[in-house]
Design a protein around this ligand. Structure first.
Ligand code: SD4
Length: 301
């Protein structure tokens, strides 16, 4: 469910969104999927934000061979992370207002475990570092230099992430904007990806370079457990894209899963979470999108 609080731009946003879902081996648009779901088992299933077609296909490779949902969401999230053309995630991500690409990501498994990296620089696959934080440390969050040292100690290579395209966009932005960190309501493509495997195990991941030209050190919702992502294997999973500050203030993904716990469908839970964003004081010209699936495989775009 998506909302552009600036009504004028709403239609535009919906058109651009193009969320992707696969279940029962069929890649389809969401309306058709609802019909198909009635005659198929809804397991496995994978959904993702935006036009992350290649990512869901990658995840599906694993799910269709009865693989673990956690492996599927990680593999899916790595696709935009390594794509130089994706300007909101990983390698191709637009930098902050100092010209540095800083990455946020998190992951949750079906056991309720979570791992997250914030403000990570020079590492192309923050989602995989987040998974290692989850699996190899007693912590949930590692940030900045500490996260980078941890990644390097665990075999990740330091890489130059600022692509020529991103650098050019930054130079142009600098000329016009004079270092004012303004949220672009149109240009963001963060991936949130949720999957349930054939054994009914739920997992999710979320990875981003955050808002383009943000202040150095800014962290959005994407690596925050409960905001950008939440998974409860008994109930369902949710993820967010859009203005992180708004999602954080409403603990968006957690609120959706809790609504589903109380019997609300994913569709209605996403709508309610979107409606709650209107309670936020301040600028109304922003976008937030939520996706969610529940334990039965029902989902909301
Ligand atoms: C953030 N939620 O850092 C992210 C941005 C985003 O597509 O979703 N971009 O606030």
């Amino acid at each position: 469910m998506k909302l552009n609080l600036n009504k004028v731009k709403r239609r535009n946003f919906v058109k651009q969104s193009g969320l992707i879902a696969i279940t029962a081996g069929i890649v389809t648009d969401l309306r058709k999927l609802e019909i198909l779901a009635k005659s198929h088992s809804n397991k496995p299933i994978v959904i993702a934000t935006w036009n992350n077609h290649k990512a869901v296909m990658q995840a599906w490779e694993i799910l269709s061979k009865d693989g673990y949902a956690l492996d599927a969401v990680e593999a899916g999230a790595r696709i935009p992370e390594q794509d130089p053309e994706d300007t909101s995630v990983g390698y191709g991500g637009f930098p902050d207002r100092e010209g540095r690409v800083t990455l946020d990501a998190c992951i949750m498994d079906s056991e309720g475990n979570a791992g997250s990296v914030l403000f990570l620089q020079g590492i192309m696959h923050p989602v995989s570092v987040a998974r290692l934080v989850m699996e190899k440390t007693p912590h949930v969050y590692l940030s900045g230099e500490g996260a980078k040292i941890f990644a390097l100690e665990n075999g990740f290579k330091e890489e130059k992430l600022l692509t020529d395209k991103a650098k050019q966009a930054y130079e142009q932005w600098k000329e016009k904007q004079q270092y004012i960190p303004k949220i672009s309501p149109e240009h963001h493509d963060t991936i949130g990806i949720l999957a349930m495997d054939s054994k009914g195990r739920l997992s999710g991941a979320c990875t981003t370079s955050g808002m383009a030209f943000k202040m150095h050190g800014r962290v959005g919702d994407s690596p925050i457990i409960g905001s950008g992502l939440y998974v409860d294997n008994q109930i369902g999973a949710a993820s967010a894209t859009g203005l992180g500050e708004a999602v954080i203030k409403k603990v968006g993904s957690f609120s959706i899963v809790e609504m589903m716990r109380n019997g609300t469908s994913p569709e209605k839970a996403c709508k309610k979470a979107i409606a709650r964003l209107t309670e936020i004081k301040g600028p109304k010209d922003f976008q937030v999108g939520y996706i969610a699936i529940d334990k039965s495989g029902a989902f909301c775009e």
